[in-house]
Every structure is written in structure tokens, then in C-alpha cells.
Design a protein around this ligand. Structure first.
Ligand code: NAD
Ligand code: DAU
Length: 341
């Protein structure tokens, strides 16, 4: 298939591009605006792959989308592109609404006009809001987002739903729990705690540290997305989860143990406003209907993740000091390997 992946220079998108290209048989065009979260080093080594093309651009750029759909004969779209960090959405909601809602609508419309056969919207369990001590989110749970980020993703899901019902456009929606693994930007809980611990800096725990998330290794999220893209039923929503609920403080203690660092680094800080207490996913639909199950146990996935951050210190150091943002110029600027002069 000719697949347009958007946001493929981010954490999950890059893992997905790698997984699909490594499997072979598909062509991927990766459209990414390279916001602060986009890092082409996440795909270093893939530039020379004849089945891969990177295009720097925004999913809100309709002219660019129309040109790409036509010249690349795109058959399927996987939309990862989004502002993704809850804390940033609290500081500045507007860009989240513009990129995540209007961006998705622009992409949907361009894909529909181009006659694309499959459109997968990568959504999140955060659209369901927060759970108490009991229960799981199912695909039928009410949409009750609590943060500006979650609200923007929920709105995008509803626009996708409308495109299916109104135009018969073949949209699939996946809603996944918290991911962890290689190439995750060190603003999110697990890579932030690993990087801070390695630098003997305080580990900022929001509130009482007892908020619960359901953690899934990123390769498993990618395999689930690919399964839904190829075999899911248009118009359907598929929850994706790891059946692996953990309190934040337990994750942090586990990381400190793996890194052989002292728990005195743990520092309780003011809670996130509107902080969702608990997420937990019922993923029985994708397991039952499409036969997908996670391949990684948490113990193995978290050990592999810690090993990756230890082995790739220069990656997260260049993210933290900002030098990763010069990669595009180094590769694609006038003097770069893929420069046009
Ligand atoms: P990320 O922030 O690491 O990456 C987002 C990517 O999108 C970046 O490369 C960025 O440059 C690009 N981007 C942002 N706005 C764009 C725009 N307007 N046009 C083109 N590119 C743009 O995010 P992530 O953690 O990899 O998440 C990817 C997707 O998966 C998001 O839609 C997110 O909502 C969803 N999701 C994430 C998780 C998680 O745990 N991280 C879980 C469930 C769902
Ligand atoms: O559930 C899926 C969602 O998971 C995705 O849709 C989002 O894109 C992704 O960012 C993630 O959202 P969370 O808000 O759950 O992830 P984050 O890593 O920001 O925080 C995880 C938990 O850790 C949450 O309870 C807040 C807490 N936390 C986070 C940070 C960054 C801390 O205690 N300290 C921190 O410094």
C-alpha cells in the first residue's frame, strides 16, 4: 500500500514507520511539521530507503495535501500528527484545538476528495475522561474529556465519526492507553524520570503520585494500529491497551531500581490542574474481532526502554539542549545531504 503517515517524526509515528518499513511491502510518505516534538533523528538511517519519503509540512496545508495525494497515489492515511502533551495544553490550549481538530478535518477532507480507501485516526483513551477505582473504558463509554488536549482529540474523533456517517468515508479510530518505549520525548513521565534520574535531578511527582495509567509498549501500539488499518471495519472504534495498570509512584520506584538510583530523588510537586485519576482500557474488542494482543510484558518492555535511554544518551541530551532541531537543516538544508543546491 501507499501509506501517508502524518506525525511520523514523533514518538509513536517514528516507531510505526520503522515497524512498517522493516516488515517491507509498503511505501510510506511521512508528512510532519517538525514541531518541537518532531525529530528526524528518530528515523536516522531510513532516508535512503526507496520505499520512504519525508515531507516537511502541516496537515492544515490543503494545497500540499492535495499535491501529495495526487503525486504519491496515496491509498491509506494514518494520522498521528497532533499536539500530544497534556501539560502544554493547559498552558496554551489554542494550538491544540487548531492542530488536532482543524488539522484532522483538513486531512479528512483532502483524503476524501482524493478517494483514499482507509483513514486511521490515532486517538487516545483520554477522550473517555477519568475512572474511579473500578471499571474499564469500553468503546461505548461516554466521551468526557477533561483537559484541553483530551477535548481536542475527542472533537477530532467526532469529526471522523461524522465523515463516516455523512459521506461514507472509511474512517477507523483507535483509542490507546499510555505508551512507553524508545524515542519518547523526555517531557512525558517515563523518559523524563529516566533522564532526570541519570542526571541526579529531582523527579517531580504530581499530587500524591497515586494516579493510575495503563502502560503499553510502543511496538504493541504500532502493531495494533497496523492490524486495524489493514483489517478493521470502517466506522468502528477500537480500544488498545496493555492490561497493565500502575500508579505513577510505582513506575518511578521501578525506574529508580533499574537505574540503581536513590529514592531521595523523588520530589512531590503541585498537582496538574484537572489531573485525571485513573485510566484503564478494555481491549477485548480488538482481541476478539482482529486477534491482536500485546507481545511485550511490562517487565520486559520497561527494561528494554531503560536500556535504550542508557544506550542513547546523546539522543535525549540533544533533545534537552535543543540541538536535535538542527538535524533538518543538516540533512535537508542547502549544504545538507538532501539539500537542493
Ligand atoms: P509526539 O508529540 O511525540 O509526536 C507528534 C508528531 O506530530 C511530531 O512529530 C510533530 O512534529 C507532528 N505534528 C504536530 N502537529 C502537526 C501538524 N499540524 N502537522 C504535521 N505534523 C504535526 O506524539 P506521540 O506521543 O507520538 O503521539 C502520536 C499520536 O498518538 C497523537 O495523535 C496522540 O494523541 C496519540 N496517542 C499518544 C499516546 C501516548 O501515550 N503518547 C497514547 C495514545 C494516543
Ligand atoms: O493515555 C494516553 C495519553 O497518555 C496520550 O493521549 C497522551 O498523548 C500522553 O501524553 C499520555 O498522557 P498522560 O497525561 O497520561 O501522560 P504523562 O506522561 O504526561 O503523565 C503520566 C502520569 O504521570 C500522569 O498521571 C501525570 C504524571 N506526571 C507526569 C509528568 C510529566 C508526573 O507525576 N510528573 C511529571 O513530571
Amino acid at each position: 500500500m501507499n501509506i501517508l503517515v502524518t506525525g511520523g517524526a514523533g514518538f509513536i509515528g517514528a516507531n510505526y514507520v520503522r515497524q512498517v518499513l522493516d516488515a517491507g511491502g509498503d511505501r510510506i510518505v511521512n508528512l510532519d511539521a517538525l514541531t518541537y516534538a518532531g525529530n528526524l533523528e528518530n528515523l536516522a538511517g531510513y532516508d535512503e530507503n526507496p520505499d520512504y519519503r519525508f515531507v516537511r509540512g502541516d496537515i492544515r496545508d490543503r494545497d500540499l495535501l492535495d499535491a501529495l495525494f495526487a503525486e504519491e497515489r496515496i491509498e491509506a492515511v494514518v494520522n498521528f500528527a497532533a499536539e500530544s502533551h497534556v501539560d502544554r495544553s493547559i498552558d496554551g490550549p489554542r494550538e491544540f484545538l487548531e492542530a488536532n481538530i482543524m488539522g484532522t478535518q483538513c486531512l479528512l477532507e483532502a483524503a476524501r476528495q482524493a478517494g483514499v480507501a482507509r483513514f486511521l485516526q490515532v486517538s487516545t483513551d483520554e477522550v473517555y475522561g477519568s475512572l474511579g477505582a473500578e471499571g474499564l473504558f469500553t468503546e461505548a463509554s461516554p466521551i468526557q474529556p477533561n483537559s484541553p488536549y483530551a477535548a481536542s482529540k475527542a472533537a477530532a474523533d467526532l469529526v471522523c465519526r461524522a465523515y463516516f456517517h455523512t459521506y461514507g468515508f472509511p474512517v477507523l479510530i483507535t483509542r490507546c492507553s499510555n505508551n512507553y518505549g524508545p524515542y519518547q520525548f523526555p517531557e512525558k513521565l517515563i523518559p523524563l524520570m529516566i533522564a532526570n534520574a541519570l542526571e541526579d535531578r529531582p523527579l517531580p511527582v504530581y499530587g500524591d503520585g497515586r494516579n493510575v495509567r495503563d502502560w503499553l509498549y510502543v511496538a504493541d501500539h504500532c502493531s495494533a494500529i497496523d492490524t486495524v488499518l489493514r483489517r478493521g471495519t470502517p466506522g468502528e472504534v477500537y480500544n488498545i491497551g496493555g492490561c497493565n495498570e500502575m500508579e505513577n509512584i510505582a513506575i518511578i520506584r521501578r525506574l529508580l531500581g533499574l537505574l540503581e538510583k536513590d529514592e531521595s530523588l523523588i520530589t512531590y510537586v503541585t498537582d496538574r490542574p484537572g489531573h485525571d485519576r485513573r485510566y484503564a482500557i478494555d481491549a477485548s474488542k480488538i482481541e476478539r474481532d482482529l486477534g491482536w494482543t500485546p507481545a511485550h510484558r511490562f517487565d520486559d518492555g520497561i527494561a528494554a526502554t531503560v536500556a535504550w535511554y542508557l544506550d542513547n544518551r546523546s539522543w535525549w541530551e540533544s533533545v534537552r539542549d535543543g540541538t536535535y532541531q538542527s538535524y533538518y537543516d543538516r540533512m535537508y538544508g542547502a549544504e545538507g545531504r538532501h539539500g537542493s543546491s
